[in-house]
Design a protein around this ligand. Structure first.
Ligand SMILES: Nc1ncnc2c1ncn2[C@@H]1O[C@H](COP(=O)(O)OP(=O)(O)OP(=O)(O)O)[C@@H](O)[C@H]1O
Ligand SMILES: O=P(O)(O)OC[C@H]1O[C@H](OP(=O)(O)OP(=O)(O)O)[C@H](O)[C@@H]1O
Length: 232
């Protein structure tokens, strides 16, 4: 059995991950057509490539179905409450930098901090009869952050994409999502709260602490670590 390396199957994260390994003498490639989710690994023996959704990589690592995986810190911290017990951080990869932030409509001139949001949330409930809605796909991290900040009068609305659009579409009053350049927030008339950074994330190489590892796989892992730590 080979050692399994899980890598995002599309987009910037896939391209940059391929580049990162290539610089270290490990060549990852898709086999077959661009829509086929299988691939190959050259430059280190005994390793196979598994192409997966970035959002599923934390679960695959924690279930031990892959030994190594590349995905953002944000997705690991959100999906795996006890991530430190299940995963080891091997190396931050220096790309995919983005901040998970809490943002509100720019028109809310009185709301710039979490305390302001807390006050606005209470007022909102009194006026509208329901709690202020925050759209996000990062449920665990947002709940935890707001609990620590003492904000309680809100409800989460699940949004798996185009989250910044939910305010304009009137399905939420605020959002918590990833921002990099800030372009998407600006284009959607949203502003970041001054103390609203929930997590700073970047693409990271993780090792599963729970995946069963045979002697052959252990040797492949040692070769892989040798390669990524000593070249590039
Ligand atoms: N604008 C951005 N700049 C840099 N990194 C980003 C940006 N947007 C998202 N990321 C990071 O990329 C990773 C994957 O993001 P996301 O969950 O949006 O994946 P996706 O492309 O929707 O893939 P999938 O739907 O297959 O899971 C996350 O760790 C996230 O922090
Ligand atoms: O601050 P910015 O540089 O504008 O980047 C932020 C945007 O990038 C990501 O979306 P992506 O393009 O990955 O699409 P998605 O909404 O489908 O996740 C993220 O969800 C934000 O919407």
């Amino acid at each position: 059995m080979t050692l399994k390396l899980g890598v995002p199957s599309k987009g910037r994260l896939m391209d940059k991950t391929f580049d990162w390994f290539e610089k270290r003498g490990v060549r990852l490639s898709r086999s077959g057509a661009s829509r086929e989710y299988s691939g190959r690994v050259d430059g280190v023996d005994g390793v196979s490539l598994v192409l997966l959704s970035a959002g599923e990589i934390p679960r695959e690592l924690s279930a031990g179905r892959i030994h190594l995986g590349v995905t953002g810190t944000d997705l690991v911290h959100d999906r795996l409450p006890l991530w430190e017990q299940q995963l080891e951080e091997v190396a931050p990869l220096g790309f995919g930098q983005a901040d998970l932030v809490l943002a509100v409509p720019r028109a809310w001139v009185d709301v710039d901090t979490l305390d302001d949001l807390d006050a606005a949330a209470a007022a909102f409930r009194a006026v509208h009869g329901h709690r202020l809605r925050i759209a996000t796909k990062y449920h665990r991290l947002v709940r935890e952050f707001l609990r620590r900040a003492g904000v309680a009068d809100y409800m989460l609305v699940d949004s798996q994409g185009a989250t910044e659009g939910t305010v304009k579409n009137e399905t939420a009053e605020a959002i918590a999502d990833i921002t990099s350049t800030g372009e998407t927030l600006r284009a959607n008339h949203l502003k970041l709260l001054s103390d609203g950074v929930i997590l700073r994330s970047q693409a990271t190489l993780w090792r599963s602490r729970v995946a069963a590892t045979s002697e052959t796989q252990r040797q492949a892992l040692a070769r892989m670590f040798e390669q990524v730590h000593h070249s590039g």
